[in-house]
Unconditional design. Structure first.
Length: 214
């Protein structure tokens, strides 16, 4: 008995191909928007600026974003996805406790050093731009930072529960300190191109955690 002739998979229906192409284009638009905003600010991000960057028509972009604010909000969401991919997910592969906390710090410094966003840390720039401006954009940024600080504090608390960090230290206080060192390094790296900024912050964090280790 001869084996059946191999069959060729039927091509995807045209509608499905169009949706897939549309999703690919949408992701490319948001990737460009995130990088533009990291350099020029969310206020500098517009449909026209994005069209010029991508070589697309404004009308094509209006199909994806109803307003400038909608574009800004979706850009923040896309930046969060990129940040989580580059910083949070790599850290979660380390064992829970102090090792995971250290892995998170290392991932953040790698993210800053590699300039995952064209203009440095997207959130450092965007929150400075909008911290005094009430509205949905500020609220979305504040929510993102609240989640980040809560995540830092959760890793610290896990290390305490495992007996690896001083149980008397306030997790929120230590999370604030670590976060401040991250952004201090980003500031020096961006403003002065300070080659030692990352190492200075790493040393400060290592010394702080060494004093707290059990």
């Amino acid at each position: 008995m001869t084996p059946p002739e191999p069959t060729t998979a039927a091509p995807a229906p045209p509608a499905r191909r169009r949706r897939a192409q549309g999703e690919k284009t949408y992701r490319a638009i948001l990737a460009a928007a995130v990088d533009i905003a990291s350099v020029e600010g969310l206020e500098g991000l517009s449909i026209g600026r994005l069209a010029a960057e991508l070589g697309m028509s404004k009308s094509g972009l209006f199909a994806h974003f109803g307003s400038k604010e909608d574009l800004q909000l979706k850009t923040i969401d896309a930046a969060r996805v990129r940040f989580n991919t580059e910083v949070v997910k790599p850290a979660l592969t380390a064992p829970a406790g102090i090792e995971r906390l250290l892995a998170l710090c290392e991932a953040w410094f790698s993210y800053g050093d590699r300039k995952v966003f064209r203009g440095g840390c997207f959130f450092a720039a965007a929150t400075l731009e909008f911290d005094g401006r009430p509205g949905q954009v500020r609220d979305r940024l504040a929510q993102a930072m609240q989640h980040w600080l809560a995540f830092l504090a959760r890793l610290i608390r896990q290390a305490q529960e495992r007996g690896e960090l001083d149980p008397d230290i306030d997790p929120e206080q230590l999370a604030f300190e670590l976060h401040s060192l991250f952004w201090g390094a980003n500031w020096m790296l961006q403003l002065y191109d300070h080659s030692n900024a990352i190492q200075h912050a790493k040393t400060a964090i290592q010394e702080r955690l060494n004093r707290l280790r059990r």
